[in-house]
Design a protein around this ligand. Sequence first.
Ligand SMILES: Nc1ncnc2c1ncn2[C@@H]1O[C@H](COP(=O)(O)OP(=O)(O)O)[C@@H](O)[C@H]1O
Ligand SMILES: [Mg+2]
Length: 389
Amino acid sequence: MSFSTQKTIRVLFVEDNPGDVRLMRLFLLGAEGIGPIELVHVDCLAAAIAQLRGGTHFDVVLLDLSLPDSTGVATLTRLQEASPHTAVVVCTGFDDPEFAIDAVHCGAQDYLVKGQGDGLLVYRSLRYAIERKRLERELVEAKRIAEDANRRKSRFLASMSHELRTPLNAILGFSEMIKEEMLGPIGVEKYIDYATDIFDAGTHLLGLINDVLDLSKVEAGRFQLLEEEVDLAELLAACLEMVSETAHLNHLTLIAPPSRGLPHLRGDARVIRQVLLNLLSNALKFTPPGGVITVHCASSIDGSYIVSVADTGCGIAPDALDKVMDEFQQADLTVARDHGGTGLGLPLSRRFMLLHGGNLSLSSQLGSGTTVTAHFPADRVSMPARVPA
Ligand SMILES: Nc1ncnc2c1ncn2[C@@H]1O[C@H](COP(=O)(O)OP(=O)(O)O)[C@@H](O)[C@H]1O
Ligand SMILES: [Mg+2]
C-alpha cells in the first residue's frame, strides 16, 4: 500500500524548541513518499489543550514531553484528559528516552527520539499510531459490549430461574401430596410410582435451577452469605447421611473422619453444605463400584482449615484440570453425558468458597482418582467449647 494515496492526516505538533520545529517541518512537509499532512504547531501544553478542546479535529498529536508548562509523563496524562480519543506519538530528546517508555505504558501509541530517523519514519509512526488508537477504541468498545452482554445474560438467567421455580413449587407440592396420599388413598399403585417420579424429577430440576440462580447472583456480586456458626461435625454427618444410600447401592465405601474435635466454621451453612454435597456427589458419580471415597479434615499451621473429598475414581486428564473449574465445563463430554450434570458443581463450589475468603483446589490423576479440597481461612475457624466431663 502506498502512503501517498492516503487522506490528509491532521497533526497537532506540540514542541517548544524552534530548532526542533524547523527540523520536523523539513522532515514532514513535502518529502518523498509521504502522504498529505496538515501540521498545526503550538509551543506549550496549555495551547495544545486549547486546540484539542476548540473543536478542531486532529488525527494525532506529536508531543514533546518537556514543555515550558509541563514535563515528563504528566504532559501526556494531562493531554489525554483533554482528548482521550486522539492518538499520541511522544517525541523526546536523547537524554530522556525513559520518559518515552513510561509514556507508552501510560497510553501513548508510539515514541520517537528527536533527530533520529527521517521524515518517512516519523510519518509511518504517525499513521500507525492513528491505526493503533482506532484498534484500541474498537477493543474497548468490544469489551464494553461483551461485559454488557454478560450482565444481560446473568440477569436473564436470574429472572428465568426465578420464573421456573414458581410452577415447580406447584409440581413438587402436589406430587408430594399425591404420593403421600394425603387426601385419601389413590387406589392404583402405579399412580403412586408416577407421582414419586414426578416429585424426584422436580426436586432434581429445582436443584439445577437453584444452581443457575446462585451462580448468576454470585456473578452479579449480589450473593449474600447468611453468616452463622456452623458445626462441621453436624454438617458433615448430615451430608454423609444424604449420600450413604447411593454409596451403598454403588458398592462404594465412604470413610469419614471422627466427628470429635472437628471445629466450628463461621459461614453460610446452606452454602457450605452445598459445597460438600457437590464434592461428594462428584466422587460418587465418577468412581466405579468397589471404589473408596474418603473425607479428610485437617487444620494447617497458619490456622486455616481444609475439608477434602478424595476418591479412587476415573480421575481428570491434566489438560482438563483447569477447565473443569469453569462454568458449564466437563472434563470428558462422553463421560459427562453418561453421568448427567450441567458442569456447575465445581465452579459454583469454588465461588462459594471464595465468598468465604477461602478457595477450592483440585488434584487428580487420570485413572487413579481425584481429591478436591475446600479451604477455609483461619478467621472462620474455631474449636468448639469443651463440654465439662
Ligand atoms: N471426583 C471427580 N472425578 C473425576 N472427574 C471429576 C470429579 N469431579 C469433577 N469431575 C469432572 O469435572 C467436571 C465438572 O464437575 P461439576 O462442575 O461438578 O459438573 P457436573 O458434575 O455437573 O458434570 C465433571 O463433569 C467431571 O468431568
Ligand atoms: Mg457435579
